[in-house]
Design a protein around this ligand. Structure first.
Ligand SMILES: [Zn+2]
Length: 267
Protein backbone atom coordinates (compact mmCIF):
# COMPACT_ATOMS: atom_id res chain seq x y z
CA UNK A 1 0.00 0.00 0.00
CA UNK A 2 2.75 2.44 1.03
CA UNK A 3 4.81 1.59 -2.05
CA UNK A 4 1.80 2.25 -4.27
CA UNK A 5 1.34 5.63 -2.57
CA UNK A 6 5.01 6.43 -3.14
CA UNK A 7 4.76 5.39 -6.78
CA UNK A 8 1.78 7.73 -7.20
CA UNK A 9 3.76 10.65 -5.76
CA UNK A 10 6.71 9.88 -8.04
CA UNK A 11 4.38 9.74 -11.02
CA UNK A 12 2.85 13.10 -10.09
CA UNK A 13 6.28 14.71 -9.78
CA UNK A 14 7.48 13.21 -13.04
CA UNK A 15 4.36 14.09 -15.04
CA UNK A 16 5.31 17.24 -16.98
CA UNK A 17 6.60 16.89 -20.54
CA UNK A 18 6.97 13.12 -20.93
CA UNK A 19 8.08 12.38 -24.46
CA UNK A 20 6.27 9.03 -24.13
CA UNK A 21 2.79 10.51 -23.70
CA UNK A 22 2.10 10.01 -27.39
CA UNK A 23 1.97 6.22 -27.41
CA UNK A 24 1.18 5.33 -31.02
CA UNK A 25 1.02 6.81 -34.50
CA UNK A 26 -0.79 4.99 -37.30
CA UNK A 27 -0.24 5.98 -40.94
CA UNK A 28 -3.55 5.43 -42.74
CA UNK A 29 -3.88 5.32 -46.54
CA UNK A 30 -6.42 8.06 -47.24
CA UNK A 31 -6.31 7.84 -51.04
CA UNK A 32 -3.96 8.59 -53.90
CA UNK A 33 -4.00 10.66 -57.06
CA UNK A 34 -2.68 10.31 -60.58
CA UNK A 35 -1.75 13.75 -61.92
CA UNK A 36 -1.03 14.42 -65.59
CA UNK A 37 1.57 17.14 -65.08
CA UNK A 38 4.07 17.29 -62.24
CA UNK A 39 4.98 20.90 -63.08
CA UNK A 40 1.73 22.03 -61.49
CA UNK A 41 3.80 21.72 -58.27
CA UNK A 42 7.29 22.31 -59.73
CA UNK A 43 6.99 25.29 -62.11
CA UNK A 44 9.15 24.84 -65.22
CA UNK A 45 10.41 21.41 -64.11
CA UNK A 46 9.13 18.08 -65.53
CA UNK A 47 6.39 19.77 -67.55
CA UNK A 48 3.99 17.17 -68.95
CA UNK A 49 5.50 14.38 -66.83
CA UNK A 50 2.84 12.52 -64.84
CA UNK A 51 3.18 11.87 -61.11
CA UNK A 52 1.30 9.85 -58.52
CA UNK A 53 0.67 11.40 -55.14
CA UNK A 54 -0.08 9.62 -51.88
CA UNK A 55 -2.55 11.05 -49.37
CA UNK A 56 -2.24 9.90 -45.77
CA UNK A 57 -4.14 10.43 -42.56
CA UNK A 58 -2.34 10.02 -39.24
CA UNK A 59 -4.09 8.64 -36.16
CA UNK A 60 -2.32 9.17 -32.84
CA UNK A 61 -3.15 7.84 -29.41
CA UNK A 62 -2.17 10.03 -26.46
CA UNK A 63 -2.19 8.36 -23.04
CA UNK A 64 -4.37 10.96 -21.31
CA UNK A 65 -5.99 12.90 -24.18
CA UNK A 66 -7.12 9.95 -26.33
CA UNK A 67 -7.21 9.89 -30.13
CA UNK A 68 -5.98 12.74 -32.31
CA UNK A 69 -6.44 12.51 -36.10
CA UNK A 70 -4.23 14.61 -38.38
CA UNK A 71 -5.96 15.27 -41.72
CA UNK A 72 -8.85 13.21 -43.07
CA UNK A 73 -7.92 12.59 -46.73
CA UNK A 74 -10.08 12.69 -49.82
CA UNK A 75 -13.79 12.01 -49.28
CA UNK A 76 -14.75 8.42 -48.42
CA UNK A 77 -17.34 8.71 -51.22
CA UNK A 78 -14.49 8.31 -53.74
CA UNK A 79 -14.06 4.69 -52.59
CA UNK A 80 -17.42 3.85 -54.23
CA UNK A 81 -16.25 5.05 -57.67
CA UNK A 82 -14.60 2.19 -59.59
CA UNK A 83 -12.71 4.57 -61.92
CA UNK A 84 -12.00 7.12 -59.22
CA UNK A 85 -12.88 10.80 -59.29
CA UNK A 86 -11.44 12.78 -62.20
CA UNK A 87 -11.10 16.53 -61.78
CA UNK A 88 -10.43 17.73 -65.34
CA UNK A 89 -9.64 21.34 -64.38
CA UNK A 90 -6.51 20.31 -62.45
CA UNK A 91 -5.67 17.13 -64.40
CA UNK A 92 -6.04 14.73 -61.48
CA UNK A 93 -7.81 11.43 -60.85
CA UNK A 94 -8.32 10.48 -57.22
CA UNK A 95 -8.68 6.93 -55.91
CA UNK A 96 -9.61 5.68 -52.48
CA UNK A 97 -9.19 1.92 -51.94
CA UNK A 98 -10.65 1.99 -48.41
CA UNK A 99 -12.76 4.45 -46.45
CA UNK A 100 -11.24 6.21 -43.45
CA UNK A 101 -14.11 5.00 -41.27
CA UNK A 102 -13.40 1.37 -42.30
CA UNK A 103 -9.66 1.83 -41.69
CA UNK A 104 -10.41 3.08 -38.17
CA UNK A 105 -12.88 0.24 -37.56
CA UNK A 106 -10.13 -2.25 -38.45
CA UNK A 107 -8.17 -0.73 -35.54
CA UNK A 108 -11.19 -0.99 -33.22
CA UNK A 109 -11.66 2.79 -33.29
CA UNK A 110 -15.04 4.43 -33.92
CA UNK A 111 -15.49 8.06 -35.04
CA UNK A 112 -16.85 8.83 -31.55
CA UNK A 113 -13.51 7.70 -30.06
CA UNK A 114 -11.65 10.43 -31.97
CA UNK A 115 -11.49 13.44 -29.67
CA UNK A 116 -9.53 15.85 -31.87
CA UNK A 117 -9.33 16.27 -35.64
CA UNK A 118 -6.49 18.63 -36.56
CA UNK A 119 -6.22 19.63 -40.19
CA UNK A 120 -3.23 21.06 -42.05
CA UNK A 121 -5.43 23.17 -44.33
CA UNK A 122 -8.87 23.21 -45.93
CA UNK A 123 -8.18 21.67 -49.37
CA UNK A 124 -10.51 18.73 -50.14
CA UNK A 125 -7.77 16.05 -50.07
CA UNK A 126 -7.28 16.91 -46.36
CA UNK A 127 -10.80 17.74 -45.20
CA UNK A 128 -12.86 15.15 -47.12
CA UNK A 129 -14.06 13.35 -44.00
CA UNK A 130 -14.09 15.94 -41.20
CA UNK A 131 -17.87 15.58 -41.03
CA UNK A 132 -17.50 11.87 -40.21
CA UNK A 133 -16.39 13.07 -36.73
CA UNK A 134 -19.28 15.23 -35.48
CA UNK A 135 -18.23 14.93 -31.82
CA UNK A 136 -14.56 15.83 -32.35
CA UNK A 137 -13.00 19.21 -31.76
CA UNK A 138 -11.58 20.50 -35.05
CA UNK A 139 -8.16 22.15 -34.63
CA UNK A 140 -7.33 24.68 -37.31
CA UNK A 141 -5.53 28.02 -37.61
CA UNK A 142 -7.85 30.99 -37.25
CA UNK A 143 -6.39 32.39 -40.50
CA UNK A 144 -7.32 29.16 -42.31
CA UNK A 145 -10.88 29.20 -40.98
CA UNK A 146 -11.23 32.84 -42.07
CA UNK A 147 -9.94 31.77 -45.51
CA UNK A 148 -12.34 28.79 -45.60
CA UNK A 149 -15.29 31.16 -45.35
CA UNK A 150 -14.35 32.60 -48.75
CA UNK A 151 -14.53 29.09 -50.33
CA UNK A 152 -17.23 26.48 -50.88
CA UNK A 153 -17.74 25.13 -47.33
CA UNK A 154 -15.10 22.40 -46.73
CA UNK A 155 -17.02 20.89 -43.76
CA UNK A 156 -19.87 21.69 -41.43
CA UNK A 157 -19.36 24.88 -39.40
CA UNK A 158 -21.22 23.21 -36.49
CA UNK A 159 -18.14 21.38 -35.18
CA UNK A 160 -16.55 22.38 -31.91
CA UNK A 161 -13.55 24.37 -33.11
CA UNK A 162 -10.20 25.21 -31.58
CA UNK A 163 -8.90 28.19 -33.54
CA UNK A 164 -5.12 28.56 -33.23
CA UNK A 165 -2.95 31.57 -33.95
CA UNK A 166 0.67 30.52 -34.54
CA UNK A 167 2.50 27.57 -32.95
CA UNK A 168 0.76 25.58 -30.22
CA UNK A 169 1.77 22.76 -27.85
CA UNK A 170 -1.56 20.94 -28.12
CA UNK A 171 -1.48 18.88 -24.92
CA UNK A 172 1.03 20.93 -22.91
CA UNK A 173 3.54 18.07 -22.77
CA UNK A 174 5.53 18.65 -25.97
CA UNK A 175 4.22 15.46 -27.60
CA UNK A 176 2.22 17.18 -30.37
CA UNK A 177 3.13 20.70 -31.42
CA UNK A 178 1.29 22.57 -34.16
CA UNK A 179 3.70 24.58 -36.34
CA UNK A 180 2.24 27.51 -38.21
CA UNK A 181 3.48 27.16 -41.83
CA UNK A 182 1.45 29.54 -44.02
CA UNK A 183 1.96 30.00 -47.74
CA UNK A 184 0.29 27.05 -49.46
CA UNK A 185 -2.88 28.50 -47.91
CA UNK A 186 -3.18 31.52 -45.56
CA UNK A 187 -3.41 29.41 -42.39
CA UNK A 188 -1.59 26.23 -43.34
CA UNK A 189 -0.07 24.28 -40.42
CA UNK A 190 2.22 21.28 -39.90
CA UNK A 191 2.53 18.97 -36.86
CA UNK A 192 5.63 18.01 -34.87
CA UNK A 193 5.14 14.81 -32.86
CA UNK A 194 7.41 13.06 -30.33
CA UNK A 195 7.38 9.28 -30.12
CA UNK A 196 9.41 7.27 -27.60
CA UNK A 197 11.14 4.90 -30.04
CA UNK A 198 10.72 6.65 -33.40
CA UNK A 199 11.74 10.07 -32.10
CA UNK A 200 10.54 13.37 -33.50
CA UNK A 201 8.59 13.49 -36.77
CA UNK A 202 7.19 16.47 -38.68
CA UNK A 203 3.95 15.71 -40.54
CA UNK A 204 4.20 18.06 -43.48
CA UNK A 205 0.67 18.85 -44.52
CA UNK A 206 1.33 20.55 -47.88
CA UNK A 207 4.26 22.74 -46.77
CA UNK A 208 5.95 20.69 -49.52
CA UNK A 209 4.42 18.08 -51.86
CA UNK A 210 7.28 15.75 -52.74
CA UNK A 211 10.96 15.12 -52.05
CA UNK A 212 12.55 16.87 -55.06
CA UNK A 213 10.51 19.99 -54.31
CA UNK A 214 11.90 19.90 -50.77
CA UNK A 215 15.48 19.38 -51.97
CA UNK A 216 15.22 22.31 -54.41
CA UNK A 217 12.78 24.46 -52.41
CA UNK A 218 10.32 24.51 -55.32
CA UNK A 219 6.97 26.16 -54.69
CA UNK A 220 3.76 25.47 -56.62
CA UNK A 221 2.51 28.44 -58.59
CA UNK A 222 -0.95 28.08 -57.06
CA UNK A 223 0.33 28.54 -53.50
CA UNK A 224 -1.31 31.58 -51.95
CA UNK A 225 1.96 33.30 -50.99
CA UNK A 226 5.39 32.44 -52.43
CA UNK A 227 7.45 34.34 -49.80
CA UNK A 228 5.54 32.78 -46.91
CA UNK A 229 5.85 29.34 -48.56
CA UNK A 230 9.65 29.58 -48.67
CA UNK A 231 9.82 30.95 -45.10
CA UNK A 232 7.67 28.03 -43.89
CA UNK A 233 9.96 25.50 -45.61
CA UNK A 234 12.96 27.14 -43.92
CA UNK A 235 11.15 27.05 -40.57
CA UNK A 236 10.56 23.31 -40.97
CA UNK A 237 14.23 22.84 -41.96
CA UNK A 238 15.28 24.57 -38.69
CA UNK A 239 12.95 22.35 -36.64
CA UNK A 240 14.34 19.21 -38.34
CA UNK A 241 17.90 20.26 -37.46
CA UNK A 242 17.13 21.38 -33.90
CA UNK A 243 15.15 18.30 -32.79
CA UNK A 244 16.51 16.41 -34.81
CA UNK A 245 13.35 15.21 -36.57
CA UNK A 246 12.30 13.28 -39.67
CA UNK A 247 10.13 14.96 -42.29
CA UNK A 248 7.26 12.82 -43.54
CA UNK A 249 6.05 14.43 -46.77
CA UNK A 250 2.38 13.55 -47.04
CA UNK A 251 2.03 13.47 -50.83
CA UNK A 252 5.46 11.93 -51.62
CA UNK A 253 4.39 8.49 -52.84
CA UNK A 254 7.77 6.67 -52.84
CA UNK A 255 8.52 7.56 -49.21
CA UNK A 256 4.90 6.97 -48.21
CA UNK A 257 5.02 3.49 -49.77
CA UNK A 258 8.13 2.72 -47.74
CA UNK A 259 6.41 3.64 -44.47
CA UNK A 260 4.53 1.18 -42.23
CA UNK A 261 0.80 1.61 -42.67
CA UNK A 262 -2.03 0.67 -40.31
CA UNK A 263 -2.63 -1.74 -38.66
CA UNK A 264 1.13 -1.51 -38.04
CA UNK A 265 2.13 1.61 -36.11
CA UNK A 266 5.01 3.76 -34.93
CA UNK A 267 5.66 4.15 -31.20
ZN1 LIG B 1 -2.85 18.16 -50.40
Amino acid sequence: MWSMFLAMILLAVASPAQAGDLARLYVIDCGWAHAADQSRWSPGVNAGVPIDLSDNCYLMHHRSEGYLLWDTGISDRVSALPDGLTIQAIGQTWHRPQTLVAALAALGVTPADVRYVAISHVHPDHTGNVDAFPDATVIIQKAEWDYARTLPQPFSPDHKMQLIEGDKDLFGDGSAIILSTPGHTPGHQSLLVQLAKTGAVVLSGDVVHFQSNWDHRRIPKFNKDQTQSLASMEKIARVLAEQPAQLWINHDKPSSNARRHAPAFYD
